[in-house]
Ligand binder design. Sequence first.
Ligand code: GUN
Length: 283
Amino acid sequence: MALIIDGKAIANNVKAEVKEGSEALVARFGEEARPNMTLVLVGSDPVSKRLVELKTKDCEAAGITPTVISLSETTSEEKLLRLIDRLNNDADVRSILCQLPVPEHISTKKLLAAIAPEKDVDGFSARIDSDDYDIAACTPAAVMRMLKEAGVDVEGKHCVVVGRSNIVGKPMAIQLLLNNATVTVCHSKTVGLAEHTRRADVLIVAAGRARLITADMVKEGAVVIDVGMNYIEGHPVGDVDYDSVEPKASMITPVPGGVGPMTRAYLLVNALKLAERAARGNQ
Ligand code: GUN
């Protein structure tokens, strides 16, 4: 029986911390310093729409003012980049989030590069060549906090990350390294995936493939963090085959209610930090 790391409960604590920080910022610098977040949604994908709704609610609960800009599926890349440019240059906009994925005719790379780092609430432009993780990529930061809350110190441990995306896998590996873990990164071209995952003290899975990790791929007593969010017949399913892996793990995150709410909570952490920076800069 594994200890279940309750992302929802930790996220509620994080939200309360951010709310306190937002109100302290307003008390010091006035209402115009209140953190805010502009959320851009392109198209009408129901999952993205729902996530933007949840993020909006999270903002409201944390004393952060949300603004949603919804654009049609056929919005051109040029028009979207012009909007980002306008938001970058609007002094009243403290942070920008463009919900991914965007329609295929828009380059995600160009879009993310267009968001000014000082307004990048996802932390996608966080530097990887220093340990200045003031604004960190949200999912890796969320995972590090969950490990900390669960009392898992990664120093000296063998951490295996499955997935090498720019928004989770790569920054996750960096944050683990910064915390003195020994890190293996596996991906879709890895030969003998199970041999690597079976050596993990801490296994972090962000592959985007439903139930990829089964019990035979996990060491007895491993800590298993499931970043996946896939849908099977409308039901959310992680990248880990929870029912078979849970009895073998010492700790595990559920899906839903694990990393997802924590990633959203860390957006709020970043929104507060960006607003604090802006307020200090305006002094
Ligand atoms: N779509 C799925 N996850 C994310 C995320 O963390 N940030 C953004 N912007 N879009 C997403």
